[in-house]
Structure formats: structure tokens, C-alpha cells
Design a protein around this ligand. Structure first.
Ligand SMILES: Cc1cc2nc3c(=O)[nH]c(=O)nc-3n(C[C@H](O)[C@H](O)[C@H](O)COP(=O)(O)OP(=O)(O)OC[C@H]3O[C@@H](n4cnc5c(N)ncnc54)[C@H](O)[C@@H]3O)c2cc1C
Length: 410
């Protein structure tokens, strides 16, 4: 049997590894649209800081394909024929498969107009190793002022990384706070203080509408008319699943590839990782959960099902943990604004801030800033959709870890 994996990110790589772990000895053909061995996006910040020298970005080793017995092709897939079981590349080549795993991830989505006359890059981004290599070239050319558009998880990571690399950084965000989908204003406040202390400028409530320049991008125009000048404009405005090559395939598409509970998208076709729309464990809403642990968990289920098992994927859970601010931040569950909570428990103490949002007596989201104690138990309660009441008293008194021990919980 020949299994074709479209994509060599964490999802694609985990599919291949799991297939081999499960004893699959057939052919694995893997495609990547980039000229590199598989790399880990969460390590890109370290890669940039090391000016491209940190090889741990190739977290499975640069010889991953050889070790896993994978035939890795550096070719972009441009089409799929479900009936003939073939994929096509831009160069007109075709490759057959018996089973197909779609793990093509997502790419940057930039909702800002661009009026720059020169060729070359206008917006830079941090979404891929190719993109970070382009950014590094710009740093080598002596860029001094960076403007980051978007203050989400990735935007803040880029901003702090570029600031550490010695650039003067301004972050433009249309909402009234940083990390708007992860935390509310009260939690964002101490983090913003920390960011400002480090010298990063924040322009909140500021919507970027136009990037313009002559030979190269020179200034960003905000909706208010204000102009922010820079040498380097980095978009961190969100991602869009890579599904264009599937448009005429007949596979069910929404924002991403639609899958059932077995992560099946069509006959002998499975999809997982940032490209797939999966049901959220907390809200029941369906969308791509663009985080690493979800990509890996879905890839494992895909691999088992590619080999004929019927493993059900239980659902996705949004989790983010950031340490770039110098104080830990953990947030898990529904995104801010995704669903209205019935109750908020907010505790501010010496150690930091703890916030739990409840709906129908169960955790909708929790956020911890400055203190990580109890995160494991809260994760366990959230994931199992348990009523919060039996844990409330211990949580409020800061005793979750002593009252409950993960080792003894089912
Ligand atoms: C800077 C950064 C930091 C991050 N930090 C964290 C973190 O701290 N924690 C966390 O949980 N998540 C983090 N993430 C998110 C996490 O990296 C993603 O959820 C994860 O990489 C998704 O894996 P994937 O394999 O689905 O997709 P991707 O990693 O996007 O990989 C997609 C693969 O598909 C290939 N491809 C795309 N289109 C085609 C095509 N048409 N033909 C052939 N190949 C194609 C690409 O070349 C690539 O190999 C971060 C992401 C970024 C960008």
C-alpha cells in the first residue's frame, strides 16, 4: 500500500512516524511546499534570534526522511483527483496513492491593502521557515524599525523576538488589548505593562488599512489617518488553511477541510492539523485548532485510521502557554467572545491572577497569569467536561494541587 502525505509540518511528520510505529512497511510519499526538511514552527523564534544558526528548528533531525523511511518530495501539490486517486503538482507531474493524508497546514492571511510600487516583499511574516529566512535577510540589510500588525499569540512572540534582536518595535492592534482572543482586559493589563517596560510600543484600538511606499514598503496607514513609519512590516493577522489545491476536488471545504469524527474527508482521504476543521470539545463549534498539540493528536488518529482502524477523534481544545513576557501565561478553552459565560471567578493574589469562566457549571475557559499551579488539574477538569462545583472551594483557596493529585485522578 502507498500512503501519500501532503505536508511535512508537525501533522504530516507525526502521521509518518505513527505509521512506522504501528508497523506499516509500505511506501510513504511526503510532499512539502518548502525547500527544507521538516521543521517545528514553535522553534522559529529561537531560529531568528540565533540568526538562522539554531538547527533545533529541524526538531526531528535534518535526516528525518531517511530515518523514517519516507520519500520526501520538495514539490507543491496543486490538484487532487479523488476518483483516479492522484495528486498533481504545478509542473504537471502526477502521483498515485492508495490512501491520502492531507496535512497542508495554514498560511498567513493579511487583510491590509498594499500600494507599493517595487517588486520584492511588502509584508513579512513569521508563519514558515521560508518567511523567517526572508525576514533574516532584511535584518542583515540593517532594518532598524519593525512594525508588527496584530497583537495575538504570534504577533507578540514576533514583537518580543525582534525587540530582543535589537530593533525598535511598534505593535498595531485593532482591539483594545494584546492577546484579544486569549485573555480579557484585566489579564492583558499586567502583560501590556511588561511589554511596554521592555520598550515595545503598542498602538491599540488601531486598525491598519494600507501599506504604502515607493521601491519598498515605507509606512502603514491606520484607519484614523495616523501613519506609522518603519523599515520592516510584519503581518501577524491570522492564518488561512491551505485548501486552494482542493477547490475542484469535490472534498467538503469550509474555512478548512471538513472531516467526520474519524478525521475522514473523503474516500481513503483523511485530514488533520491546521488545515482541518474539527469540533471543539468545549463549545462544540467546528473550526481549525491551529496549535501544535492538536496537530499531533489529530495526526495520530489519522495514521491509525489510514491503517484501517476506526479511532474517533474526541475533539479539539484550545490551549496556549506563553513565557515570553517574563511571567507565565496559560489560557485554555473557548476563545474570548466565542460564547457568553454564566459566571466569572476572578482571583488576584500575590502570585498572580486566576480567572475561570463557567457555563452551565462547566469550565468555558481558564486563564492563569504569573502562576501555573493548578493548571494541570484545570486542564483535566476542562477536557473531561466535569462540573466545576466539587473543585470550586479548592480553586478559590489556591489548594487545587494539594486537594487533588493528577496521579490519582482517573
Ligand atoms: C511562529 C509560530 C509559533 C508557534 N508557536 C506555537 C506554540 O508555542 N504552541 C503551539 O501549540 N502552537 C504553536 N504554533 C502553531 C503550530 O506550529 C501549528 O499548529 C502546527 O505547525 C500545525 O502543524 P501542521 O502540520 O498542521 O501545519 P504546518 O506546520 O503549517 O505545515 C504544513 C506543511 O504543509 C506543506 N504544504 C502546504 N501546502 C502544500 C501543498 N499545496 N503541497 C505540498 N505541501 C504543502 C508546508 O510546506 C508544510 O510542510 C506556532 C506557529 C508559528 C507560525
Amino acid at each position: 500500500m502507498k500512503i501519500l502525505i501532503a505536508g511535512a509540518g508537525p501533522a504530516g511528520v507525526t502521521v509518518a512516524e505513527t505509521l512506522r510505529e504501528m508497523g506499516f512497511e509500505g511506501e510513504i510519499l511526503m510532499f512539502t511546499a518548502e525547500p527544507y526538511p521538516p521543521y517545528s514552527p514553535p522553534v522559529l523564534a529561537e531560529y531568528l534570534k540565533s540568526r538562522g544558526k539554531d538547527r533545533t528548528v529541524f526538531w526531528k533531525g535534518e535526516d528525518f526522511a531517511e530515518k523514517a523511511g519516507v520519500n520526501l518530495l520538495f514539490k507543491e501539490i496543486s490538484g487532487l483527483d479523488l476518483e483516479r486517486k492522484r495528486v498533481y503538482t504545478r509542473e504537471g507531474e502526477e502521483f498515485s496513492y492508495d490512501k491520502l493524508a492531507i496535512a497542508t497546514g495554514a498560511r498567513m492571511w493579511i487583510p491590509v491593502r498594499c500600494q507599493c510600487q517595487g517588486e520584492g516583499d511588502k509584508f513579512y511574516n513569521f508563519k514558515s521557515l521560508s518567511a523567517v529566512d526572508r525576514l533574516l535577510k532584511e535584518l542583515e540589510r540593517g532594518a532598524e524599525r519593525a512594525v508588527v500588525i496584530g497583537a495575538g499569540f504570534i504577533g507578540m512572540e514576533i514583537a518580543l523576538t525582534l525587540q530582543e534582536a535589537g530593533l525598535e518595535v511598534t505593535v498595531v492592534e485593532m482591539m483594545n488589548r494584546i492577546l484579544p482572543r486569549m485573555v480579557d482586559e484585566k489579564i492583558a493589563h499586567p502583560l501590556q505593562e511588561e511589554v511596554l517596560k521592555r520598550g515595545v510600543k503598542l498602538k491599540l484600538n488601531s486598525k491598519a488599512v494600507l501599506l504604502r511606499g515607493r521601491e519598498r514598503a515605507e509606512e502603514l496607514v491606520l484607519e484614523s489617518g495616523e501613519i506609522v513609519k518603519g523599515d520592516l512590516f510584519v503581518a501577524a493577522t491570522g492564518v488561512k488553511p491551505n485548501v486552494e489545491f482542493l477547490r475542484d476536488s469535490g472534498l467538503p471545504l469550509g474555512r478548512g477541510v471538513k472531516v467526520n469524527e474519524y478525521l475522514e474527508a473523503g474516500p481513503d482521504v483523511y485530514a488533520g492539523g491546521d488545515v482541518a476543521e474539527v469540533r471543539d470539545l468545549v463549545t462544540g463549534n467546528t473550526y481549525p485548532h491551529a496549535i501544535y498539540p492538536e496537530a499531533v493528536a489529530q495526526a495520530r488518529v489519522m495514521a491509525a485510521n489510514l491503517l484501517g482502524e476506526r479511532v474517533v477523534y474526541p475533539g479539539g481544545l484550545n490551549m496556549n502557554s506563553l513565557h515570553h513576557f517574563g511571567l507565565p501565561l496559560i489560557s485554555e478553552g473557548a476563545m474570548e467572545g466565542e460564547e457568553e459565560p454564566d459566571e466569572e471567578i476572578y482571583i488576584e493574589g500575590k502570585g498572580g491572577i486566576k480567572r475561570v469562566l463557567l457555563k452551565d457549571g462547566r469550565i468555558l475557559r481558564f486563564e492563569l497569569v504569573g502562576e501555573k499551579r493548578g493548571a494541570g488539574i484545570l486542564h483535566w477538569i476542562t477536557k473531561r467536561r466535569l462540573p466545576f462545583e466539587p473543585f470550586r472551594d479548592a480553586f478559590v483557596r489556591g489548594r487545587l494541587n494539594t486537594a487533588f493529585n493528577l496521579r490519582f485522578l482517573p
